[in-house]
Structure formats: C-alpha cells, structure tokens
Ligand binder design. Structure first.
Ligand code: ATP
Ligand code: MG
Length: 366
C-alpha cells in the first residue's frame, strides 16, 4: 500500500476474449461496491498483455506490465490466449503462466461453492452443502520446465514431473493455514493430499513431504486420496470434501471437474497466491466460442474480486475490505436466486444482465 495516498494499487489485466468482457463488468461492480462502503479505496490501473496485444506489438507480457504487477498491491486478471494467435514456434500465448513463475505464485486456490438458486447438476440435495477448496501447486510438477519436453527420434516424447521438498512443503503449509481459517468459521477442517503415490516415485515423495507438514499442524485433520479415486468422490459425494492440495497437472484437471459441479467455469473463481504477491482471476479461459456475444457469465470474475478483497483485508488489516467481499458474494447470490440465471447454466441472462442484477442487489445485500 502506498502510505502517502492510503490507496491500494490494483494492476488490472483484462487480456483477451471474454476476459475483457467479464473484467469490464467486474470494474463496474467494484465501483458500485466502493461507492457504498467505507475503507481504503482501490486504485485500478489497466495494463496490456495477452494474445491480442502480442498480435499488435510482438510482446505478450511487456516489461512495463510485469513491473506494474510487481509494484501493485494485487493483480486482477481476466483471461489470456487466443487460438489463432501463437508464438512463432507454434506455442500458445499464455502470459498467466509466466506471471505465476515471475511472481512466484505457488498456490492456486480454487474454492468451489454451491449458490442456492442455480440449476442442480446432481439431483442429491446435499449439493447445497458443496463448499471445498482445491489448492493446486503451480510452479513445478508436470509444468516444470514447461515447453522444454523433448521428442526423441520422432518415436518417443518426454515431459518431466519435478517435485521438490520446498515446493511441496510451502504449498502444503499454505493448505493447512487455509484449513485453519476455515476451521474457525466452520468448526472443523481437513486437508487431503491428492496424489498417485501408489505408482509414481515423485508422487510418493509429494505425500511424504505433505505428511511432514501435516505433523506440524496437529489440530487440523489430514488424509490422502489417489487422484483417480478423488475424481470419483468429487462427482459422487462432493459435499464431503474440505481442503485438498495437489500437484500442478492433477490440480489443473480436477479444478475444471470441480467447476462443472457448480454449473460451469463461469462460477469458478481463483487466486494465485505467493508469499509476496497475489493474482486473482476466474478459473476459465478466454472462451473463443462465446467471446464477443455478451454471453459470458461474469460471476467467477466477481467472486475472484471478492477473494482479492479478502486477501487485501488480511494483509493490510483492513476489515472494511472484507465487508466488501461479503457484499459481492451476497449480491451475486441474490442476483442468481432472483432469476438472473446465466446462459451458461441454462438461463437467459447474459453478461450485462447478470452484472445489472448483481449491482441492483447491492442495497438489499448490505
Ligand atoms: P484455458 O486453456 O485457458 O483453460 P479452455 O480452452 O480450457 O481455456 P475456457 O475458456 O475455460 O477453455 O472455456 C471452456 C468452456 O467453458 C467453453 O465452452 C466456454 O465457452 C465455457 N466458459 C468458460 N468460461 C465461461 C464463462 N465465464 N461463461 C460462460 N461460459 C464459459
Ligand atoms: Mg482449461
């Protein structure tokens, strides 16, 4: 926080496709929320990055943008990448992965929560109790040395799974600290290590380090699950889950599955958190299939902004920011249950309608 102005600096990176659409909606909502609440104002500065910008300038993540992200109190991110715009070697433009590495955002936090009023994907009534968090390690695992896999003689191809003690310990510790905060709210908490320790040496090591960290958090429950078994539990009994911690690639796959449980990617917020920096973005991508049509569900973006406010509130001891986060969640919930069902969930509300209803719900949500 810049002491002189007492404002919090937010680097805003809308990016590409529906990233731009949901970000515009989110900035509108944040302005409306700020107008109704006390506490430190947010100074939003928009920066260029992404596939479209690469097509215009030859740079996907310019230094000025990276520096702004380093200086900012938090980064608010839309989505980046586009099918037809690629680096000269054919690889995708995904500056979010570079940002994760550059800012050492090792914990990918994906909370999955059911919002009453949404059409149910599963018929079981306990769907209402879905409230879990997937913590994905984001700096190593199968994404270690991304793009440096190799093809040997046109017959074999290799990518390397890299699990380190430090990488596993810090993300496991993060998951336990998160569980501790949930425990104070819910009266119970458990962290599940999701791995494939029965087959892979790297995964057995992941589990071993997890167990060492678990021993330092004796008041929080800890257990293990194989990733294949977890995929089944996630579909059959998702209301039994609490906090999970897992390797990068497993987390990538499970988080899309988890988003499907609560209606789709447009309902799944996320945070990429490190020890110094944090970036908040919807779990979805740029959705080229619906971009430019006003159909995107902005809820994941709104809920990611709420996660940002919570993180800032804790970091800067600014309880008013937490009030804003709860206000956003409550108004999203009211908008959804008052009939603004997003197109993604089978309703008729496009991005503008969901945004309008959410802002209209603010006074009642206070
Ligand atoms: P990435 O590679 O960045 O993970 P992706 O190729 O997995 O991206 P997404 O952009 O996440 O794809 O989209 C997956 C599907 O979900 C698409 O059919 C898309 O239209 C839909 N989708 C994603 N986000 C939203 C949203 N906010 N609202 C409505 N539909 C969405
Ligand atoms: Mg995806």
């Amino acid at each position: 926080m810049t002491v002189s102005s007492n404002k919090l600096d937010i680097a805003v990176l809308p990016g590409d496709g529906i990233g731009r659409e949901v970000m515009a909606a989110c900035l509108e909502l944040l302005a409306a929320v700020e107008a109704k609440t006390a506490g430190a104002p947010l100074r939003m500065n928009t920066w260029q990055a992404g596939a479209q910008f690469y097509a215009e300038s030859g740079e996907a993540l310019p230094n000025a943008t990276l520096d702004a992200c380093r200086r900012a109190d938090a980064v608010l991110f839309g989505a980046m990448g586009w099918p037809d715009i690629r680096h000269a070697d054919g690889t995708e433009i995904i500056p979010q992965l570079d940002l994760r590495m550059a800012l050492d955002l090792y914990a990918g936090v994906r909370p999955i929560r059911w919002f009453p009023g949404l059409p149910r994907i599963l018929s079981d009534e306990r769907v209402d109790d879905i409230d879990f968090v997937l913590v994905r390690e984001q700096t190593e695992g199968l994404f270690h040395a991304r793009g440096r896999g190799k093809v040997v003689g046109d017959d074999e191809a290799y990518d390397t799974m890299c699990i380190t003690r430090n990488g596993t310990a810090r993300v496991s510790d993060f998951a336990f600290r998160l569980a501790q905060r949930r425990q104070s709210r819910r009266g119970q908490a458990r962290v599940t290590c999701v791995d494939k320790a029965n087959v892979f040496t790297s995964m057995a090591f992941f589990r071993k380090i997890f167990d060492e960290v678990a021993a330092t958090h004796p008041t929080i429950g800890a257990d293990h699950a194989y990733v294949d078994a977890m995929a089944l539990v996630m579909v059959k009994k998702p209301w039994t889950l609490d906090v999970m911690v897992t390797e990068n690639m497993f987390g990538d796959i499970l988080s899309d599955l988890a988003a499907g449980l609560v209606g789709g990617m447009g309902m799944a917020p996320s945070a990429d958190v490190g020890d110094k920096h944090a970036l908040f973005q919807p779990a979805h991508g740029t959705a080229p299939d619906i971009a430019g049509q006003g159909k995107a569900n902005p809820c994941a973006m709104f809920l990611s902004a709420a996660m940002m406010l919570d993180w800032l509130a804790e970091k800067h001891s600014e309880p008013q920011l937490e009030v804003r986060a709860r206000l956003i969640e409550a108004s999203v919930q009211m908008a959804l249950s008052s009939g603004a069902v997003p197109i993604e969930l089978g309703g008729t509300a496009g991005c503008a309608a969901v945004t309008r209803e959410t802002i209209a719900a603010l006074p009642q949500a206070m």
